[in-house]
Design a protein around this ligand. Sequence first.
Ligand code: SAM
Length: 230
Amino acid sequence: SDHNLDYPVHPEAQDWSVHYPAYFPAAEGSTQAKVEVADIGCGFGGLLVALAPKLPNTLMLGLEIRTQVTEYVSERISALRLQATEQKEGEEKMHHYNNISVLRANAMKFAPNLFERGQLSKMFLCFPDPHFKARKHKARIVSPGLCAEYAYILRPGGIAYTITDVEDLHNWMTHHFSEHPLFERLTEEELEGDVGVETMLDETEEGKKVTRNKGSKWISCFRRKEDPEW
Ligand code: SAM
């Protein structure tokens, strides 16, 4: 449970410089970079590690509730940063994995404490725990209430990505996002060549497992609509 988790009371109270030291403080004359991509329930961090070079100027954060898994991801990222720094001169250094980090958090309770309104351009829900039994459905990471939170932290035009190997959960997530007035489902054509879709299909640990077992993967992605005019 989250009794012993520390949460900032609001996003500015979180010290992001420990997560992304290379980006803090901002260079003179430029605005401070903020997290723009969140991987909710990031597991062992495969998506973040794969996205780091693909979105080299974007700060990305994994949220994971399990302590040991979070520590594993944190060490994985530290090792990648160190390795990148030690690369021989002349080799391309790029992002050095300085743009990804992980935080232990219950994403179902505290996402708005971590992110300001409209802060995110992408959020990922990759192979969330299915909670098969009807009485467990309230534990699912998508619900009308949570869709409202996701709409709050995503900016208009931002994308919520979902993928699962459980058809029932796919239908559930698709239903709740589609019902929410601030989301619209993206068509297959719109998603063609999308870096988020390609990465979550092949680079998440769960995605790899499903490929090995020759299972199906169900995807639905939703654009955060513009706020309605009052
Ligand atoms: N996304 C990863 C992937 O595709 O390989 C991991 C998928 S795994 C089946 C689901 C992960 O979500 C687990 O690591 C679990 O600990 C985490 N999780 C479950 N509920 C969570 C919550 N409320 N907040 C943060 N993480 C959560």
